[in-house]
Each structure stands twice: as C-alpha cells, then as structure tokens.
Design a protein around this ligand. Structure first.
Ligand code: SAH
Length: 500
C-alpha cells in the first residue's frame, strides 16, 4: 500500500501524527515565533510567582491565538483572552522574558467574544479561536501575516498589499478527516478523541463542530461497535490491547468515506463481526483499511496498511479532476477552502497558453494537474515516493499527458532541470511549515522565473523567506486564506514578480 506522510508533511506528521504530550491530537497549534516551550531557569526580570493574580489589559493577540498583555513591562501570554479585554490573570509559568497565565476572571468582555460551540475548546488544541467571532478570526489571520512581516522586515514590507483573509460562509463542519485516539476509560467505556494539551489525558469527543458531520457519524458509530463487540482497546501503560486510533476521511465531492483502524498488531479480534456491522449499519463507508503500528511509539501511523473491506482508496474531485486517495495520502483538510486556495494560486500565476510551470512540493499533484489544461508543460516534485507515484497516476487517470512528477527535493531537482535546458515561465512553491530550503532560494534568485507564487502554511517562515526573495522580486500582494477556521492557523498565497 502507498504509505506516506513524512515528518515534513504539512498537516500530517509535523503536527498530526505524533502522540506524546497532546501533540497527537491533530489540532495542535503552531509554536513558531513565540516563546512558549519550557521556561528557562533564569531569574525573571520581575518578581512574580506561579499562582499570583493581577489585572491585565489585553493589547493584542499573538500568532498562536492567545491574548498578550504586559505586567510591569513583561509580556504575559494568556490563552482565551481577546484584544481590549480586561481580565484578572493568574500566572501559570514564569520565564525570564515572559509569563504565561490563565484567565481567572474576565472583567471587561470583548464585543467579539462568543460562546465556543465545543465544550472542550479550551482543553484540546485546534480550537484556539472558537471564542472569537468569525470576522474577528479573519482579521486576526491577516494580522498574523502582518506581525510576521513586522518581525522579519523583508524589503518594502510596510507597503505590501495584504488582502483581507478569505473565509468560509459557514466556518464549521469543514474538516474531511478525523483522527482520534481510542482508549477504554476506568469505567470500561470506549472513548475516542484528542489528548488535552500537554498531557495524555484523552478528551472524548462525542461531537465536534469543525468536522464534516459524516466523519463524526462514522466515528461514533464505530466507537459504539468497539464497545458492543468488546474489542481489545490499546492500553498505553500496560502496552496491551489492539485498537489504538480510528481515522475517518470523507471525500466532499464523491461521498466516499474511508475508515482506517490503526492497531497494535496485525491481529484484530472480532474483525469479522466488526466488518459485518459496518457493512450493515454504515453504508456510507466505502473503504475499510487497517494500519499496523506495533508498540509504544510517538507516531500514529505504522508502515503496513492492509485492506479489510470495500475499495482500497477513496476518490476526491477537484476542479473536474479525480484524485485517488490512499489511506495516507496527503490532502488539504478543508475541501471547500482548498478550491479557494488553489483558485488564488491560479489567479496569482495567471498562466498563459504556451507557458511552462513547476509545481514544487507537489504532494499528490493537485495544484499542477489543475494547471495542466492551460500550461504547455507541468513539472512537479515531492520527496515522498508514493505521492509522486500517485501524482503521475492521477495525471494518467485524468488523461493529462503534459504533466510529469519526479521524486526528489525541490532544491536538487529544480537546478537539475534548468541545467538540462528547461526554463519554466512560472514556479509555484508550496513548502511544509519549515519554508524554503536556502539552496532553493538561491536557485530561484539565479533562475529568476518571471512568475513566482508562494503558497505558505506558516507566516513566520514565509516572512523569513521573503527577506531573501525580495532581493530580486517584489511582493505584488499577499492573499491570506482561512483553511482552518476556529484554529490560529493561517495560509497565504503570495504573488511575486521580478523586479525590473
Ligand atoms: N502542494 C500539495 C502538498 C503541499 S504539502 C498540496 O497542496 O496538497 C508540502 C509537500 O512538500 C509535502 O508533500 C512534502 O512531502 C513535500 N516536501 C517536503 N520537503 C520537500 C522538499 N525539500 N522538496 C520537495 N518536496 C518536499
């Protein structure tokens, strides 16, 4: 079975596939330019103790969605607090240059504060902004881009045209994939959900407002079946039991649904009964797979995936093209906004007939293949063999003959292609959260393709990369797109053009 999701793989291993310390929940926020890890053991600038309380006015919001105020000129990060609110803060940790605190009480409430739909929003990652109204969330995301630019100061950044963030009409029910840990609680009840932040305490998610409803229907029905059939559930401490994780992914445009049961061993007792019940009670499930991930590990997925029932893959449609998805294939988590994001990339590229384009960091080829009807030639690359194979298969299956994907890094392959005489008119880069490799930036500056579009899932590394890119390119505009409503995450499409 194709089996991919490298550590770099955006949206997957980097924040979805690790289990320890709450990171196993796939809603983990980013931790980029904010000092929130382990407080350093130096003397703080201000005498203050954990548990101490003081009034605090929230001045702005940090890139991870927390409120920031100042106590004796020291920054205080306070999750759940909104700009202009006045709160009583209670210190939870003390570092040299900043404090972390929780809200003890809100004294003055922001007019943008709303009641989160999910009762556990302040416990598990991924709901950092659920207490902020949606216009507030969109404004926040544009501001995160502005804050990142302010921090790295790429050339001319004060004059960049930052378009308002493109959001959803209904910023709920969008997530096509649920990946929940399973365990049996002390009373013997089977639970499935996400770990509370910085812990291994599972929060049972009976409902989840950001998931596509069908993913939750299937998830909860299967949890009930595990309970009824008394299936052996993995127990982390005892390192015993079988079922570790359930993954449900739905295709928005074909109604295909895949269930993957991730297990501690290749054995799955009561498998037959489980599959019979799924067939009888969940006709919407078109594919059932088992992934085997033995032992105590921080990774959610193991190397081996076996077919249990139905099809081996599900198919998603995008822009009139069909994409087959194996269990571990990467796909953006928000199908509706995926079209918006790719539409913006297309608009920024403004490809003309006869032009050639490189789809760098191509995943399963979604971006490049949707450009193939206009382009003379599309070339793409990714570091994951199965993704590259899928891209080429997807091209063939859709009758596309002018697109080719190669295995390798962007920084190696692009110079190689150019040396062999291929000079692309346009390049679109869509790197993982770490941003572009220095060598690739050097190549881009040496090759100077007329059109360059940068799709970013991390405003910090984007701003950093722009410092170099703006030596030769100007930023025409930055269009942020909200791919993950209710979270603090932000994606952006940057249109760059060569300086004269
Ligand atoms: N464009 C795709 C995938 C983006 S995710 C989409 O929209 O779905 C980023 C991709 O970059 C991943 O598939 C990852 O495997 C790949 N990648 C990571 N490092 C890379 C590198 N150095 N060169 C090329 N691809 C890389």
């Amino acid at each position: 079975m194709p089996n991919y999701e490298s550590k770099n793989h955006r949206g997957y291993n980097d924040r979805n596939d690790r289990r320890q310390h709450g990171a196993g929940n796939h809603y983990r926020p980013n931790n980029d330019h904010r000092p929130n890890r382990r407080p350093r053991q130096e003397t703080p600038q201000v005498q203050v103790e954990v548990g101490q309380r003081f009034p605090l006015t929230i001045k702005r919001m940090g890139i991870n969605g927390e409120g920031i105020g100042y106590y004796k000129r020291m920054a205080v990060f306070i999750p759940g607090a909104l700009t202009d609110e006045e709160v009583v803060a209670e210190v939870t940790s003390v570092a040299t240059r900043y404090l972390r605190a929780k809200i003890h009480r809100v004294r003055k409430t922001s007019p943008h504060r709303v009641e989160p739909r999910d009762s556990y929003a302040d416990q598990v990652g991924g709901f950092e902004l659920e207490h902020l109204d949606y216009p507030g969330q969109l404004a926040f995301k544009r501001d995160v881009v502005a804050q990142s630019l302010e921090r790295y100061k790429p050339e001319g950044y004060r004059h960049y045209d930052l378009h308002p963030t493109l959001g959803m009409d209904d910023p709920y029910g969008y997530r096509n994939k649920a990946q929940f840990q399973v365990r049996r609680n002390a009373e013997g009840k089977v639970e499935a959900g996400l770990y509370a932040e910085r812990s291994h305490d599972l929060v049972d998610l009976e409902t989840c407002s950001v998931q596509m409803p069908v993913t939750m229907t299937v998830m909860r029905a299967v949890v009930q079946m595990l309970q009824d059939l008394d299936m052996p559930i993995y127990d982390e401490e005892a390192e015993s039991g079988i079922v570790k994780t359930l993954v449900v992914r739905a295709a928005a445009h074909t109604d295909d649904v895949q269930l993957v049961v991730i297990t501690n061993s290749s054995k799955l007792p009561h498998k037959h009964d489980l599959l019979t019940r799924i067939a009888d009670e969940l006709p919407q499930v078109t594919s059932v797979m088992q992934n085997i991930n033995p032992g105590k590990t921080s990774l959610i997925w193991g190397d081996e995936t076996v077919h249990l029932a139905g099809e081996e893959t599900i198919t998603e449609k995008l822009d009139g093209l069909a994409f087959k998805l194996s269990a571990r294939a990467f796909l953006q988590l928000n199908p509706a906004q995926m079209e918006v994001l790719y539409g913006e990339a297309k608009k920024a590229l403004d490809l003309q007939p006869g032009e050639t384009v490189v789809d760098a960091y191509s995943g399963i080829g979604t971006i490049g293949l949707s450009l193939a009807d206009v382009a003379e030639e599309v070339r793409g690359m990714d570091v994951i063999p199965e993704a590259v194979a899928d891209s080429n298969e997807n091209a063939a299956a859709n009758g596309i003959t002018n697109a080719h994907y190669e295995l390798g890094t962007a920084e190696e392959l692009l110079p190689k292609w150019i040396m062999s005489g291929f000079h692309p008119d346009a390049i679109v880069v869509d790197p993982p959260r770490t941003g572009l490799d220095d060598t690739l930036i050097e190549t881009l500056l040496a090759v100077r393709p007329p059109k360059l579009v940068y799709i970013s899932c991390n405003p910090s590394t984007l701003a950093k990369d722009l410092v170099d890119l703006t030596h030769d390119y100007q930023v025409d505009y930055i269009q942020s797109v909200d791919m993950m409503p209710q979270t603090a995450r932000c994606e952006a499409v940057v249109k760059l053009s060569r300086r004269h």
